[in-house]
Each structure stands twice: as C-alpha cells, then as structure tokens.
Design a protein around this ligand. Sequence first.
Ligand code: NAP
Length: 433
Amino acid sequence: MERASLFFIQRSSPLEMNQKGSWTRMSSIKIAILGFGTVGQGVYKTIETHQKELESVLGKKVEVAAVLIKNKEKDRGIHPGVLVTDKFEEIIDLNQLDVVVEAIVGNEPAYTYLQRAIQRGCHVITANKEMFASYGTDLKELAAQHDVSIGFEATVAGGVPVIQTIQQLLNINRIKKIEGILNGTSNYILSEMRAKGESFSAALTAAQEKGYAEADPTNDVEGFDAFYKLMILSEIAFGGKPDWERVPREGITAITREQIEKAEKLGLRFKLIASIQLINGEIVGSVRPTLVSKSHPLYHIEGVENSVSIEADIVGRITLQGPGAGMLPTASAVIEDLIHAVLKTGVPGNSFRMQQQTPEDSQVKEKQNWLILNPDDLDHFPLSLSSSAELEGSCLIQADENTVHSLRQENRNASFFEVLGEFMLEERQLVKL
Ligand SMILES: NC(=O)c1ccc[n+]([C@@H]2O[C@H](COP(=O)([O-])OP(=O)(O)OC[C@H]3O[C@@H](n4cnc5c(N)ncnc54)[C@H](OP(=O)(O)O)[C@@H]3O)[C@@H](O)[C@H]2O)c1
C-alpha cells in the first residue's frame, strides 16, 4: 500500500498555476519510442532516472506513452501504463503524442514511420544513421513544412555532440574540412592489432566477445557505417552530399599485422578515417584506412572511442572525442535533441544553417604524403627509390589523389595509405610526384 501510494506520487503530474491563477496538473510531454533495443532502452531508462532534471529544464513531465517493438513475446520490463505494441497505427492514433523517437534498424519502415509522425505534427528524433543518410534531406524538408523539429545528434558519433557543435560553428565560421574516427568497432580492432600484435580475425573475435561488434560485422569493418555518418556530416557542414558512387569507401579487412608493425616503426598508426572537404567547389569525401602521425589529433584515439576533428576558417581546428555508441551515451544525444525540440531551440525541419560556398572555400588541393607498402614489388616500382631501404622497404611519396590513382592501377600489389599529420623525413627520402 505504502509502495503504491509512493508510486502514485512519482507518476502523477505536479501542480502548476494556470493563467487564471488556479492550480492545475502540469501538462506532460508524451513521447513514443520506436524500437526497444540498445538505444530505445537507454532512452526509456534515462527518462526514468532523470525525470527531475527533465522536469526542471522543460517545466513539464516527460512521459513515455508507447513503445513499438517487433516481437511481442519478449519481456521488456516496461511499466504497465505504457502501450507496448507491434502496430505503429496504435501509436500514431494516440490522443496525445508530442515527440517520436526512432531507434530501429534500416531504411524501412523507419522512414515511413517518421514521415507519418511529422505529418501528424510530432517532433521527431532519430538514431538511425543508415535511414537518415538516405532520407535525411527529405525528412528535414517535410519537418520544415509542418513546423516541427528533427533531431539526429545520435546518428553520428553516439554521445559526442558533433551535430550541435557544427551548427554552432556555422553561425559565423566556414567549415573547411572534417576528419573523423566514426566507427568504434574498427578503431577497437586496429588498436588491438597494434597493441597486442593480433591478426585482424583474432581482434574481430575479441570485439565480438566484448559486444563491440555484431555477429555480421560487415557494416562496421567495411566502412559502410562510417560512410553513412560522413554523408550526414557532409550535408550539415557543406549543405549537400557528394555523389555516393564517387566516394572511395574502403574498410579495414585487408590491413595486416605486418603493415601495422611497419607503420609503427615509422611512428604512424592506422585509423579508419572518414573525411569530407571542399575542393575547388566540389564536396570530396573518402572513408579508408589512413596512417596518422603523432602530431595529428586522431593519433591518440584508441579502442571504441570516436573522434571528430573540424577545421574552420575562424576557429581553426576543434577536436571532439567520446563514446561513439552504447546505451547511455546514445540516449544522452537523444535526450539533448528532446530538450531542444520541446524548448524550440532545436532546428525546425531543414532550416539548418547551411554553408554557402564561396571561392575562398574552394581550396586548391595540396599534395598529400602517401606511404606505399609492398616490399615484394618494390624493385618494380616506377619511382626513384634510392632511399627505400631506410623506410624498411616502403616508399613515401608526395602526390595528389589523381597521381596516386594512376599509380595504383599500375601497381596492383602495392598498398597506398595517405599519411595525416606532420611526418618529417629527410628530403632525400621523399619522392615528389
Ligand atoms: N547501439 C548503439 O550504440 C547505437 C548508437 C547510435 C545509433 N544507433 C542506431 O540506432 C538504431 C537502433 O540501434 P540498436 O542498437 O538499439 O538496435 P537493436 O538493439 O537491434 O534494437 C532494434 C529494436 O528495433 C526493433 N525493431 C526492428 N525492426 C522493427 C520494426 N520493423 N518494427 C518495430 N520494431 C522494430 C526491435 O524489436 P524487437 O526487440 O522486437 O526485436 C528492437 O527493439 C540503429 O539504426 C542503429 O544504427 C545505435
């Protein structure tokens, strides 16, 4: 009895004074969570554990009104007052529904559900990067038409507030380039291979045992996950996305223990780097294993951490680092979006401040440093390699992307890796092309 009354006090809305000066129950914000896996559960729990903080910031209670799942048989531990259903119609037809949080997997039915929610006038928040990379532009437009806000902080780098930071910077700065470690699973595998001298497959197994990698790790280790996130960043930073087909996307499955050891002797570390920038007015991006020297901020990012380094014209370089996934870090990003939506400090629809391109933004791309690894074929390599022995049978060149592309065609057994950060070599060791 005592427990029941205590529970009643916690669940009932506090009193607030209305405009006529009389006390009424404080209205609440009703939300639906679509999907109750890692992210959905994290959002549900955070709303429960941080109700007081939410109430004090928003001046209203936040109530989870409904949860959408696929399998009705699973026990979810959800409060009996919450509608738990596998039918989206039951949710969209609720009497009051203010915010819809989407945390399911894949393009459909997530895209359709969010369209329906926006059309009903709900604010929407998504963690679904694959869907948002494909349909984010359309959803932003639709949200603008219906004057609701759309939150997607959780789609990129989990708990790290990358989207809000870029939005904030774009008030005045022009973004030049973004480089990031956007996939924690790949970063964990590369870190384990380096620190413990493990093979790719041994490190992948360790990642799976620790719950950092799915049973089917393709999305993570082949660079798809980082690619989706990069496309989302591209749109907010540069107001558009490059042609997906023209973005080189390479994963980490071909990286060997020997290559990692060789790089380490040169003071370099392998990272799966997603990068996007404006070059001569064109948005150019890539996702690929890259070598990073100690002077670069991404060198020290190890394990499942994510990091995003943003270069802008006024501020210079800013680097954010933190948990790129996980139940509570991702819920933190969703709840931040919830607060922005309710307080109307969020971004309604497509009114994101997009960067307008100017001639000054269009950088003429400089040549980059590339390390070419493949000792077996070095004798046949069409470069002057008198200094190659000092680089342990590898070769450093300074060349632009096009030159490297043609060299790759002619030397299919060699591996080419861009080197980020300062990498000092004596002049005679560097072949300039
Ligand atoms: N996990 C992370 O740390 C993380 C971080 C950032 C972003 N994300 C993104 O957030 C989304 C959710 O990730 P997650 O890790 O929480 O996934 P998850 O653990 O696999 O959970 C997915 C949930 O969605 C439900 N679901 C799937 N298809 C559905 C459908 N057609 N109708 C209704 N419910 C459906 C599942 O229902 P059942 O429970 O009935 O199977 C499950 O509850 C993904 O898009 C992911 O990329 C995840």
